[in-house]
Ligand binder design. Structure first.
Ligand SMILES: *Cc1c(COP(=O)(O)O)cnc(C)c1O
Length: 421
């Protein structure tokens, strides 16, 4: 089935929900096992079924099934936020004394999480240039546990040299984690090009209306075999004392998401609420349509900005002039490039003035909303980064980022025309 169909139907049979067309919200904490034997079987993974909503929930199951299908993965796990999805994916692979390799151009929250916060857990992050990945191989050693990058980075709007990253990772049998939030499963499926794990902030395009926070982790088919006997991932191959000696690689289920669910989510508990799962399911229904319009609007605005005398440069992978144009053509559906663009006006104060002068574009630190958004990363999302880190992550002081919404593109252009003065 095609994505439009999967987004509407996968994972839900109305017969299971009293015939309701809308997926029911199972707003429950726990489940009646009926008998002690059933309870014991579920805990021992001899029978699959609901245990407690920190681990699984029937509404959340539907969201997970849909995203696994849309990404072409084997299994998905929904969590409370994109940040939780990234943390769990990394914590599932690395422990104190080991390292991960992280792209330089990623979301500010990912930079702080991966290079600062988890450093205090003893996991070292080594930073690589994902634009070409020429420095990647030299950073790998026998303690490397994951390579993390974004498929269309926020806010730099860079596209990685994905094929090269994947081939290097496979050479060393390291798991790759791609954040596909901005490209969305509509434009790109990292798994189809060899990526092992895909994460999303579902708070953005998947939700589409800026109404709920959520995160998703999707694992590819065949990842069990990649992990089995792989010395980098001994903890999947050896008994887990916290789960009565379970050896994950002996379990005939997708073990990447399974281990996060029954060990990390069990213990750390950043679970998505059933209500937010339902909100995200509503958003998913129109994702394919929305992404198309976001891409069309963004391209028109990028073309207009490119001709504006006060704009130093425009970064949108749909523009022929963009350094990322070839990669967008190569990787993304019809070369479409989603709704994120940035432009540099060369000056911190002028950028702030523009920010304060738009009417339709709202000053909001979010992306992927149906409503258009304008931000100035240097004074907001990236303000916790040092000057050096700012430049290293490709966010100059005069950079303005737009998340182009679904309004009429002419109205949006008029709004920017007035603000640029
Ligand atoms: C927003 C965002 C995140 C974090 O997601 P939350 O749902 O806000 O926790 C991670 N990666 C990217 C690319 C994002 O845009």
């Amino acid at each position: 089935m095609q994505k439009d169909t999967l987004a509407l139907h996968e994972g839900y049979n109305s017969k299971d929900g009293f015939g309701t067309m809308s997926v029911p919200i199972y707003q429950t904490t726990a489940y009646d096992f009926g008998t002690g034997e059933v309870a014991a079987d579920r805990f021992a993974l001899r029978a699959l079924g609901q245990i407690y909503s920190r681990l699984t929930n029937p509404t959340t199951d539907v969201l997970e099934a849909r995203l696994a299908a849309l990404e072409g993965g084997e299994a998905a796990l929904a969590v409370a936020s994109g940040q939780a999805a990234i943390f769990y994916s990394v914590a599932n692979l690395a422990q104190a004394g080991e390292n991960i390799i992280v792209a330089k151009k990623v979301y500010g929250g990912s930079t702080t999480l991966l290079t600062h916060t988890i450093k205090r857990f003893g996991i070292e992050a080594r930073v690589f240039d994902s634009d070409n990945a020429d420095d990647l191989e030299a950073l790998i050693d026998d303690k490397t546990r994951a390579i993390f990058f974004e498929t269309l980075s926020n806010p730099q709007i860079a596209i990685p040299n994905l094929d090269k990253i994947v081939s290097i990772a496979q050479k060393y049998k390291i798991i790759t984690i791609a954040d596909n939030t901005v490209a969305t499963p509509v434009l790109f499926n990292p798994i189809a090009r060899g990526v092992d794990v895909v994460v999303h902030s579902a708070s953005k395009y998947i939700n589409g209306q800026g109404s709920a926070i959520g995160g998703i982790i999707v694992a590819r088919k065949g990842l069990n075999d990649y992990i089995k006997g792989n010395s980098r991932y001994a903890h999947f191959n050896e008994p887990d004392e916290s789960y009565h000696g379970l050896v994950y690689t002996d379990v005939p289920l997708p073990i990447f998401t399974l281990r996060i669910r029954i060990a990390l989510l069990r213990d750390i508990g950043a679970t998505l609420s059933p209500f937010n799962a339902w909100v995200l399911i509503q958003g998913l229904e129109t994702l394919t349509l929305r992404v198309k319009k976001h891409s069309e609007n963004a391209l028109k605005i990028a073309q207009w900005l490119e001709k504006h005398p006060k704009v130093k440069s425009v970064n949108y992978p749909g523009l022929k002039s963009a350094s990322t144009y070839e990669k967008a053509q190569k990787y993304f559906l019809n070369g479409e490039a989603s709704g994120l663009l940035s432009f540099d006006v060369g000056d911190f104060e002028y950028a702030k003035k523009i920010l304060n002068s738009t009417e339709i574009f709202k000053v909001v630190v979010n992306i992927g909303d149906s409503k258009s958004i304008i931000t100035h990363p240097a004074s907001t999302t990236h303000s916790q980064l040092s000057e050096t880190e700012l430049n290293a992550s490709g966010v100059p002081a005069g950079l303005i980022r737009l998340s182009v919404g679904l309004e009429d593109s002419n109205d949006l252009i008029k709004d920017l025309e007035k603000a640029l003065g």
